[in-house]
Each structure stands twice: as C-alpha cells, then as structure tokens.
Write a protein that binds this ligand. Structure first.
Ligand code: CAO
Length: 550
C-alpha cells in the first residue's frame, strides 16, 4: 500500500480554520479534485480537494477541529491510482466517463491565449462615494460568467446589492475578498473575454470522444473550476476553492457563506432550493423565493419548512362517501394567520368570571331608550367599553413587539377588534377610539360593522389598526375556550355564555349571573402579573359598571 498524506493547502491569509465537514468515508474511492473535507473561516467556506486518485485510508482530523496551513488532514492509498491528474486521465478507459481534470487553456492573467483579452471589472456607479462591505464573493476563479451575472455582493447598512459582470468570460482573478470595503470604480475581478473563452472554461476534448450524461458533465465542470496552473495535482499546491460546495446528505449544494447563513436563519434546507446562478449556484433570491413559494403553497408546506412534520394526507374515500369543498378566501387566510400566530406566539390563557348581574339589569333598563335611538344594546358593547378602559389602565396590553425583538411599540390610541362570525368565515372589524366612545355609539358601531361583515362589505380600513381583540361566543354557548392571540396584538379576550351560579356572598349562596372570561396573551410581552392585574381590573369594571364612568 502506498500512502500519501494530504495537508491543508494555502488558506488565502486565514491563520486557522474549522473543519466543518468530512466529505467521504474511509475506504471510499476518491478522484483527483474530489472534495475531501470542508473548512470554514469567519469569512468563507472552502473545499479541500484531493490532490490524489486512490482511496481514503483515514482522516487525521475530526469534524470541529481547528487546522492551519500544512496540517496533515488525510491519508490516501494511491496504490492503484496515479498521483497526477493528467496521468490518471490517460489511464481511464474511454468508455467510462469520469470527472477527469484536463489541461485547461492558460487562464492566468499573464498567460492568456492570443485570441483572448483580459477585462478588468470594476464596481459600477452605486450612487454614492461610500465604501461598502463585500459580504459575498459569488464566483470562483475559473468560473464562466455571462454578462450580468453576479460577481460579488455588497452590503451597506441600508441595502444589499449585487455587482454584476459587465462582460461575459472566464474569471481569471478575483481582486476582492469578503470583508473588503469597495466603492464605485473599485477593482472586482479580471475576466478572460473572448469567443473561445467560455468553451475553454469547460474542457470538452474528452467528452467529444466519451459521451457523458448531464450529471457527469456537471461533475466534470466542477473539476474544471480551478485554473490549469493550479490543477496540477501536487500536494504542496493543492488548490482551495473559495466558493462553497457544501454537502447536505449526499447531494451537493453550491452556495456561498452568506446564502448559507440566510438559509440557516430562515430554517431552509438548501438541498431543496434550485440555484439559478452560474452552474446552479444557489443565490439569496433563490432562498427568498423558496420561502415565498412555501408560504404560498399553504400552511402545511410552510409548517414543514419550519421543520414541523406534516400531517400525512389520508384518502378518506376508503372509509365512506366524501366531497371536496373549496375553502373561501377568508377561510384560507384565517387558517394561515391562525397557524402563524399559534406557532409564533407563546400563549398563556388566564380565566375568571365576572359577575354581570347588575350590568344585565341595567342593560335591560336601556331597552326603551335603545328602541327610540334605533340601536340594540348587547353585552358586547359593555365588554368593548370595559376592554378599552382596561387597556388604558394596563398599557402593557396596548403594545406590540418591534421587529428587532428589542423594543416594544407602545400605542397611544385604543382600537378594539371584534371577531364576527360570517358565512364566508371569521373577520375582525375594528372599533376605532373605543375609549372615547359611549355605550350608545359603540352599540351602533357594533351593529353597523357586524352587518357589513356578514354582507361582505367591510373595507380593508375597517379591519386595520386593532390593539386588542374581543371574541364573544356568548350568544352561541360554551363554558370557556382559549382564543388565539391576533398577533401583532398581544392580548385577546374570549367570552363565553353567562350563567346563573350560586355565589357565596359572605353569609349565604346567592344566585348571580356569571360571565366566563378567558384572556390569552403573548408571554413575550405580557407577564403573568400584568395579565392578573388586567383581568382583575376588567372583572371589576364589568361587575360594577359605575367604574366605567370614572
Ligand atoms: N352570555 C349570554 N348571552 C349573551 C352573551 C353572553 N356572553 N353575549 C350576548 N348574549 C346574548 C345577547 O344578550 C343577545 O340577546 P338579547 O337580544 O336577548 O339581548 C344575543 O345573545 C345576541 O347577542 P350577540 O352577541 O350576537 O350580539 P352582538 O350583536 O352584540 O354580537 C358579534 C356581535 C359580532 C360579537 C356576534 O354576532 C358574533 O359574531 N359572535 C361570534 C364571534 C366569533 O365567532 N368568535 C370566535 C372567534 S375565534 O374562532
């Protein structure tokens, strides 16, 4: 057995880097340029390709190790293979297509062919003189790019922008690294531009004799990524790709570190994303588009994107007669919103009963006056007024979490949403400035909004701006339920059917009309103490409505 040691090649300036992936298993056959392992610095992820053909004896490092240039990383048994790529390619049978390394047309800037011209690519006018960080190098030396393909990505504190190639050709040299600061006119890359260049970038001399399928073509193209000068398989000069070829399971994903970071943040499995960049490279837009289409595909797909196992589809017709009924637009929206809120908001629900005996007695006395005014006064009007008053006394409930997760948005207005059950589905019109309105006005508005909701005539503005939601099922029945917070609001009150119950008044049990209340809240914003105070205040207002006047 003839064993060759593979060492960490030039790291382009990085002192030491982490091993983040061992790409093959001991005993596996490896070709020259096959990725042996993946290293990651804080700026880039790099494949370490094998300089030898043979089989992997063992790794000399483990996943998570930190390594530096020259460290021994693997042993390759080269007994049956040849150490040099060009020798190896001659030994291969012609019928058996392999990802071989062919000598490339000269690609170094100082050795361009006579028909090729070198083209310096610079940062185009970016609308200011500011220096902007390079956050991603989108191509590697040896890549073939079309005019308009992204060469690198810049990011200011306001925007991310792609720097497109002004020419098509082969990348000879990249003149920036991640973390550099560039401005309009800064040098980005040198391309070899000529009619022959793109064809030369992927060698076809062998494929002309040996038909290969698409996959093998892709493998061959990958092997040809490195400039010819660097492809010479010698251990000392083993090339490091500065782009990422990250393995996810057995399938390789071609993406840069910034894209991988975005995918990690969004919980996206990159192996499921189709890359639209050069040679199928996954770009940021591909990840964003994947997320958008997963969300559009419906809650089940979105949930599975978040790593939640999907409920398996069942063929119900095997159990009896069925009918497939289309969901209304409102029902689909409600389903998506409910799932989003259920998954995003850490819910707690607190329960209590309000004694509304006096409230109901008073409400009945309003009947004649209500008829004269042409309105119906139901318990819901008092609940909305009491909620508005409680929000004012407990402003934590009139907040939303800011997008940065580090601030609250404190609202100084008081709009109460009211869930309305309609034939098309659930809608939530909003009673604006409920704190400034009396019971007559609120009653009239409830009637108008509920009627518009049932007739499908609510305007978008009727349903916007809610601070807190009331969901009253009192007219329908039930002892209690746990409503789902209508995020970005942080609280919702679920009201069930009032019942006469025997209540101990200190000397005896007396029949009292008790209203079951359930307060669900977003525990990121509301503490249990806040919720206890809010509920106690609300119960006090409903049990003695004179407090509403204070
Ligand atoms: N306990 C006992 N009776 C109650 C009650 C309660 N908590 N709340 C209302 N009632 C009574 C009313 O007193 C009224 O009877 P009277 O006419 O004899 O006084 C009757 O029930 C009808 O009241 P209502 O609640 O329907 O009246 P409203 O117009 O004020 O309510 C609205 C409007 C929009 C809240 C209601 O029609 C509605 O759609 N509720 C369903 C909300 C919903 O679907 N929530 C679930 C959302 S989450 O899935």
């Amino acid at each position: 057995m003839a064993v060759e040691i593979v060492t960490v090649p030039d790291l382009g300036g990085a002192e030491s880097v982490d091993v983040i992936e061992l790409s093959v298993a001991p005993g596996d056959a490896v070709e020259v340029e096959d990725s042996l392992l993946v290293l990651e610095s804080d700026k880039a992820t790099m494949d370490v390709p094998s300089p030898f053909q043979g089989s992997l004896v063992k790794y000399l490092v483990a996943d998570g190790d930190r390594v530096a240039v020259g460290d021994a990383i693997a042993e390759i048994d080269v007994t049956d293979g040849a150490a040099e790529a060009d020798v190896e390619s001659e030994l291969l049978p012609a019928q058996e297509p392999q990802p071989v390394v062919e000598p490339q047309p000269a690609k170094a800037p100082d050795s361009a062919s006579s028909i090729a011209a070198e083209q310096l690519i610079v940062v185009p006018d970016i609308g200011s003189d500011d220096e902007i960080d390079v956050i991603e190098i989108s191509v590697a030396v040896g890549d073939t790019v079309e005019e308009g393909d992204t060469l690198l990505v810049l990011e200011s504190d306001k925007a991310t922008m792609d720097v497109p190639s002004s020419h098509g050709g082969t990348v000879l040299q990249i003149l920036a690294v991640e973390g550099d600061k560039l401005r309009t006119g800064s040098q980005v890359a040198i391309l070899q531009v000529s009619a022959a260049a793109p064809a030369a970038a992927v060698d076809t001399s062998d494929t002309a004799q040996t038909p290969v399928n698409d996959q093998e073509n892709a493998a061959q193209e990958k092997v040809s990524e490195q400039p010819a000068g660097e492809q010479k398989a010698s251990q000392a000069a083993a090339p490091v790709s500065t782009v990422v070829s990250a393995a996810t399971g057995s399938s390789e994903v071609y993406a840069g570190p910034a894209v991988r970071m975005l995918a990690r943040e969004l919980g996206v499995d990159l192996s499921k994303v189709s890359g639209t960049g050069p040679r199928g490279r996954v770009q940021k837009d591909d990840v964003n588009n994947y997320v958008k289409s997963a969300l559009k595909a419906g809650p089940a797909a979105a949930a599975s994107g978040a790593g939640i196992p999907q409920v398996p589809a069942v063929d119900f017709s095997q159990f009896g007669e069925i009918e497939t009924v289309a969901m209304s637009k409102i029902a689909k929206l409600t389903a998506a919103n409910m799932q989003r809120n259920w998954l995003n908001v850490p819910h707690v629900t607190q329960f209590d009963d309000a004694d509304i005996t006096e409230l109901e007695a008073f409400r009945k006395t309003l009947k004649d006056e209500a008829e004269k005014r042409g309105v119906r006064v139901t318990p819901v009007a008092f609940l909305i007024k009491a909620l508005a008053t409680s929000l004012q006394a407990n402003p934590e409930f009139n907040r939303s979490l800011a997008g940065d997760g580090e601030h609250y948005i404190q609202k100084h207005y008081c709009h109460i949403g009211m869930a309305v059950d309609t034939p098309r589905g659930l809608v939530v019109p909003v009673i604006k400035d409920a704190d400034q309105k009396g019971i007559w006005d609120i009653s009239a508005e409830i009637a108008t909004l509920a009627a518009s909701a049932r007739d499908g005539k609510l305007k978008p503005s009727d349903m916007q701006g809610g601070c807190f939601t009331l969901s009253s099922l009192g007219a329908i029945g039930g002892n209690g339920f746990t409503p789902i917070v209508n995020s970005p609001e942080v609280g919702i009150l679920g009201v069930s059917k009032s019942q006469i119950k025997p209540m101990w008044n200190g000397t005896e049990f007396a029949p009292r009309l008790m209203l079951p209340l359930a307060l669900s809240y977003d525990h990121r914003v509301i503490n249990g103490g806040d919720a206890g105070r809010f509920m106690t205040h609300l119960v006090k207002l409903l049990s003695d409505i004179r407090y509403l006047a204070l």
